[in-house]
Design a protein. Structure first.
Lengths: 435, 113
């Protein structure tokens, strides 16, 4: 709705658009409380917002300037209502979502700013929700969004999605924002829940809108969509009854959403066109190997290593290198894994990352070096970001204190670490902790 | 360029909502065309069928004009055209003509005092 309203009011009246939407929701609360929820709530909201917009346009005709694209259509009763009507029609709305997505990914905004805007404006997330999604404070997110909106308001019009050139310039940013959004939902650095499926769903919904647009249906978009489907397919098995993350290797694969797996594999195939090989392609390919494996031991780890090799040449980063090292350890044993970890360039960037220390701990544990393992796990525990991680790492410290009797655990832990790692791939090399 | 007023008459008040909707679409299209060609000076407004008539030295007030009257003005618009003939040409695209209505084309009177 906000997207449609900014088309009428103009980008510089973004706040007005938000107010109108807010009014519509308030009205809904009043009326629905008395008359009950209508059969089609979203249509009701749309009509209410539209009528409120017409009100505003009439009353503030002389006081404000509205969207330049609307020209003089808003000035006269001959054309006002029909013009607004047209903008609220279904095909226009879909277009507006794309338009808004691209507008939010303004080049003058930081990545975090772009994603925050997408969440706030397009997905309707409150500031508090965004703050917990990005492990930041309410005040910081508030500031970020306010600044971002100012940048947006300064642009004369909504991003014109009919311009092919501009579209392809911003598309990578849009991809990145959607990727980050999905990742936040899949991994969950938030203090409350390990996984926030609604973030994943939003990311998938918006990616689908992108795919539906002629300029948006690029191979990379298909790969991104495939990646999301393949990961989302595992969500039902990813969290246990007590809210703990279950590693990929120990998940009950019968709980995986096979429809999503199928969808993902199909999208992956569709992405295999053209010369472009994005990081999303590689990640989706890795996800597809897991998706096709009957169980953990059936997994083609060598192929995964080779895919990480590719990722390291096209999109090197410490996190990718770490994931690769873990895959190598899985394939060739802990010594090789440790070797690889020690030779990661820019290792210091992983210093604040609990699972870097945890991986070192695990590999040492597998080699029987319990003291070293305990040191690493303690270091990891100190860096834990939420209760779930703390519980998890606590158990590892205890395991390190054990000794021979704990031999049964390393396998499990290793699986859990891997399970968490496999969701951490950050292809631009930045630690997600910075968000 | 000179200015002219269009006075529209003959709007179909018995039209169904669907017909009204379609007719509004036609008006928007015509407006966009006029606007694109730089003819619109003031887009004007449609006018309600009710109102009052104030007349004479005694300033008597009567109800009217009545909506059924064929010569009630339904709306107005101000346009720019080269001359009267041009303004007349442009007016021929008006959708009200399709429903048997009319467009009165009047030049703006310029007073040089």
């Amino acid at each position: 709705m906000i997207a449609a309203l900014t088309r009428v009011f103009g980008m510089h009246n973004l706040a007005l658009a938000e107010d109108v939407v807010q009014d519509a929701f308030c009205r809904a609360l009043e009326v629905w409380r008395v008359r009950g929820i209508p059969e089609n709530p979203s249509a009701w909201l749309m009509v209410t917002a539209k009528n409120r917009a017409l009100d505003v346009l009439r009353r503030q005709r002389t006081a404000r300037t509205f969207a330049p694209e609307m020209g003089r259509l808003l000035e006269s009763e001959w054309t006002l209502a029909p013009a607004v009507e047209e903008l609220f029609a279904a095909p226009a709305i879909k277009d507006d979502l794309s338009r808004m997505m691209f507008s939010c990914c303004h080049p003058r905004l930081s990545e975090e700013g772009q994603v925050a805007l997408v969440l706030h404006i397009l997905c309707g997330f409150r500031v508090g929700e965004i703050a917990s999604a990005f492990v930041s404070t309410q005040a910081a997110i508030e500031k970020r969004i306010t600044r971002a909106k100012k940048v947006l308001a300064a642009s004369k019009r909504l991003f014109d999605i009919t311009e092919a050139a501009d579209f392809s310039t911003r598309l990578p940013a849009v991809h990145r924002a959607l990727y980050l959004l999905f990742n936040e939902g899949y991994h969950g650095a938030s203090a409350e829940t390990a996984v926030r499926a609604e973030l994943c769903r939003e990311a998938m919904r918006l990616t689908a809108v992108l795919l539906a647009h002629p300029f948006g249906a690029t191979p990379a978009t298909h790969a991104l969509a495939a990646l999301m489907c393949l990961h989302a397919a595992r969500l039902p098995a990813r969290v246990d009854g007590s809210g703990n993350l279950i590693s990929l290797l120990h998940q009950d694969r019968s709980q995986w959403d096979q429809e999503l797996v199928g969808e993902g594999l199909k999208l992956l195939e569709l992405s295999a066109s053209g010369a472009e090989l994005s990081a999303y392609h590689v990640e989706a390919a890795i996800a597809s190997i897991h998706a096709r494996a009957r169980d953990a031991h059936d997994t083609d780890w060598a192929a995964i290593v080779s895919l990480y090799d590719t990722l390291m040449t096209t999109h090197p980063s410490p996190i990718v290198a770490l994931n690769r090292a873990i895959a190598i350890a899985q394939n060739e044993g802990p010594e090789r894994g440790l070797e690889e970890i020690r030779s990661i360039a820019d290792r210091d960037r992983l210093a604040a990352y609990p699972f870097y220390a945890a991986a070192l701990g695990e590999l040492e544990l597998r080699r029987g070096r319990h003291e070293a393992a305990r040191e690493h796990f303690r270091a990891a525990l100190a860096l834990a970001r939420n209760p779930m991680e703390r519980r998890f790492l606590d158990r590892r410290v205890a395991a390190g204190a054990g000794g021979g009797a704990q031999q049964a655990f390393p396998e499990r832990f290793w699986d859990q670490v891997l399970g968490i790692f496999e969701s951490q791939v950050d292809t631009a090399g930045g630690s997600k902790l910075e968000l | 360029m000179s200015e002219f007023t269009y006075l529209f008459r003959g709007r179909d008040t018995s039209a169904s909502p669907e017909q009204m909707h379609k007719s509004m679409q036609k008006w928007v299209a015509w407006f966009k065309e006029l606007g694109a060609n730089g003819h619109i000076k003031d887009p004007g407004h449609p006018l309600e069928g009710t109102g009052k008539v104030v007349s004479g030295r005694h300033k008597s007030v009567h109800d009217g004009p009545y909506a059924e009257a064929k010569d009630i003005v339904n709306g107005y618009m101000l346009i720019e055209a080269r001359d009267l003939a041009h303004a007349v040409e442009i007016s021929k695209g008006c959708p009200i003509l399709d429903v048997g209505g009319s467009v009165e084309v009047r030049p703006i009177q310029i007073f040089n005092i």
